[in-house]
Design a protein around this ligand. Structure first.
Ligand code: NDP
Length: 475
């Protein structure tokens, strides 16, 4: 029998995805640029090998798949994808579907989608989250493409996806780059989530003198409450781990320089392009960049000294509750911002992104999976026209309850000289967002003074310039 689907690229993600597909009962043809990897993959696939068709040429690979042929391309993002598509295309026929499952920039996905329009071939940009483990046992899958091409692959994709409440964490989200855009914002939110957790860890470590294992216990405890999520869970686990070489807590021997592969930065760039404030995500990306300046930070510490003063609040159940609620409030801010970016992109690119569905397919299989996303699904389902998550009845109540804690924690951190950029940025966003009269009136006056840019008046009277006199720009 012919394979139901083909997969190119047997690296970490591709190999695990292929095993997942075979395990769910589908025949899958596989191909890898370096044929040794294909052979090795097939030989180590165990019982699943009976549903795997290893191919060493593109011709054999294409011939092995049932038309119309869906071909998942899971290789290094960027130029390699264009090269692989160019090599594949001469062998495909009308109706065949190329599916880029790597971490593509959604702008590349849009371009690839458009390039194939009218050719008879179609393109799907598919965001896959959950890392190696997700690929093997159930990722969250975000699909962009035509509804017709999704219909051809829906059965396979929903069968390999993670499940939550027995629903697959896989959905068609819109045309062309919709899936990769949503995956990018997922990663932006992931950056913010991780950074805010790290800032709370910093308060406990540097402000309150707690050890890694003590902090680990706190996260384990929080994971039983409203913060319950994969990231809080693994934070508890990694803080408890000891270094096999020195016996010290593992985190204490890890260099404080964070890596990044670009999706966080892309989410900030797209937010800025559309004029959507995503302050917590921006702060998280900047914090990773700042972390990379290790040598400069060492020089600066030698110059300025460490100015951490004693944390103003005594350690105890009350402070712990405040830290938990502060983290929760900031998390609401980060998600509200991420969803606002998607809402604007949906308008800009004509996607009609289904917000409750996005929150739903993130509930399992991906790195930001949590109970919290279930609450977002409910809130957006109940108030589909809400301009922002925090304007929904459910979330506005949570903000009212938790914002005072975020204020107390950010001000205490500031008073003791501890950096909490993502928490502070989330707080500033809340304070500015929920204030009907801000301070941009002064910005407008300044702009009019030096550039005669004009302004609108609160009373609606049509007199768009100020009485600035000499020194001001000529109108
Ligand atoms: P790996 O580095 O493990 O594998 C890379 C694969 O790409 C190999 O199969 C390699 O083939 C192939 N490749 C590289 N260049 C070319 C080329 N020019 N032409 C054809 N094939 C090429 O990568 P991953 O599996 O980690 O990642 C694959 C994709 O998945 C990336 O886009 C990544 O961003 C994304 N992703 C990764 C996640 C992760 O947690 N690792 C999570 C979600 C998405 P060869 O064997 O011949 O070198």
């Amino acid at each position: 029998a012919q394979a139901e689907i083909g997969l190119i690229g047997l690296g970490v993600m591709g190999a695990n995805l292929a095993l997942n597909i075979a395990e769910k009962g589908h025949r899958v043809a596989v191909f890898n640029r370096t044929p040794d990897k294909t052979r090795h993959f097939f030989e180590t696939a165990g019982d699943l090998a009976e549903r795997i068709v290893p191919c060493e040429t593109i011709e054999a690979f294409v011939a092995a798949i049932r038309p119309p042929r869906p071909v998942i391309i899971m290789i290094k993002a960027g130029d390699p994808v264009d090269q692989q598509m160019a090599a594949l295309m001469p062998h495909l026929s009308a109706g065949d579907i190329m599916i880029d499952a790597g971490n593509a920039n959604f702008r590349d996905t849009r371009a690839r989608f458009q390039r194939l329009e009218g050719s008879g071939l179609t393109f799907i940009g598919m965001g896959v989250s959950g890392g190696e483990e997700g690929a093997r046992h159930g990722p969250s899958i975000m699909v962009g493409g035509t509804p017709e091409s999704y219909a051809r692959v829906e059965k396979v994709l929903t069968s390999i996806a993670a499940r939550f409440d027995d629903e697959p964490c896989c959905a068609w989200l819109g045309s062309d780059g919709a899936g990769h855009f949503v995956k990018t914002i997922h990663n932006g939110i992931e950056y913010a989530d991780m950074q805010m957790i790290a800032e709370i860890y910093g308060i406990l470590r540097d402000g309150l003198g707690k050890s890694a294992t003590e902090i680990g216990d706190i996260f384990v405890d929080w994971n039983k409450g409203r913060l319950n999520s994969y990231l809080i869970e693994i934070t508890g686990t990694v803080l408890a781990a000891a270094d096999p070489l020195t016996g010290k807590p593992m985190v204490d021997v890890i260099l404080d320089k964070a890596g990044q592969k670009g999706t966080g930065k892309w989410s900030v760039i797209e937010a800025q392009e559309m004029g959507v404030p995503a302050t917590a995500i921006e702060a998280a990306v900047a914090a990773r960049s700042l972390s990379a300046l290790k040598a400069e930070r060492e020089r600066a510490e030698a110059l300025f000294g460490v100015e951490t003063a004693a944390f103003p609040t005594a350690f105890g159940p009350e402070l712990l509750k405040d830290l938990e609620l502060a983290l929760f409030a900031a998390k609401i801010g980060a998600y509200a911002q991420g969803f606002a970016v998607m809402a604007e992109a949906s308008r800009e690119y004509g996607w009609s992104l289904p917000m409750p569905v996005i929150a739903k397919i993130w509930r399992a299989g991906c790195i930001i999976r949590s109970q919290f996303l279930d609450e977002i699904t409910t809130a957006f389902t109940a108030a589909p026209d809400s301009a922002n998550l925090i304007l929904t009845p459910a979330f506005s109540a949570m903000v009212r309850e938790t914002l005072p804690s975020l204020r107390r924690i950010v001000s205490a951190a500031a008073a003791s000289g501890l950096p909490v950029p993502a928490l502070a940025s989330a707080l500033a966003w809340f304070e500015a967002y929920k204030r009907a009269r801000g301070t941009a009136n002064l910005i407008q006056a300044q702009r009019d003074f030096f550039g005669a840019h004009g302004f609108e008046r609160v009373d609606g009277i049509d007199r768009p310039h100020g009485p600035w006199g000499s020194g001001a720009a000529q109108q």
